[in-house]
Design a protein around this ligand. Sequence first.
Ligand SMILES: N[C@@H](CCC(=O)N[C@@H](CS)C(=O)NCC(=O)O)C(=O)O
Length: 225
Amino acid sequence: MTASLKLISHKLCPYVQRAVIALKEKGVPFERIDIDLANKPDWFLKISPLGKVPVLVVTTDNGEVALFESNVICEYIEETQGGAKLHPTDALRRAGHRAWMEFGSAILGDLWGLETTTDPTIFESKRQALAAKFARVEVALGAGPFFAGNAFSLVDAVFAPVFRYFDLFDELTEHGIFRDVPKVRAWRTELAQRPSVRAAVGADYQQLLRAFLVRHDAHLLKLAA
Ligand SMILES: N[C@@H](CCC(=O)N[C@@H](CS)C(=O)NCC(=O)O)C(=O)O
């Protein structure tokens, strides 16, 4: 059965990017539809139970199914599409990869908590919590260049957008999250060069993200001063 894929997206969303990276790694054609999250269209609210992107709309001979939750979408892509394998074949290793995919989402949660904190003491404790999470990633990493050695996997697809988000965030706040984690730094550098990772955002990404952070998190600039 042939399926056509439509990814409902937002230009800055790191959860969307992991799905885009998985699709591009597999060379799967898909349509990307960006929406305005500040003004969600009715058709989107009907198919997204939490009102969040990404949603992958899969159209087959049997009709349309809307999948939500980025990691579930990545798993579906891995299970149904040809191209490079993005999970280990061994069940135990695969379960480990899924756990680190969840960890990547937890890091994003901490990052956003940090952004919305105006109190310097809370900011510092959240900064430390994030640094501690990356210290755990450091221990989990092998010799590289990817999470699982030479094979790019869904864990890489999840972490690449996390790192990308830090590019500008670091630049704005200089909170030194990556100072003591050399393997994480090397991984971050490697992922940034990956064609699928580069292609997951538009040319206006940096500019849009900068405008977003300055608009929503102007206090960070003061905290970092
Ligand atoms: N657990 C979800 C998180 C997705 C998520 O938080 N998306 C954000 C954009 S990056 C969103 O759609 N926010 C809109 C809202 O919450 O109203 C996933 O992994 O897909």
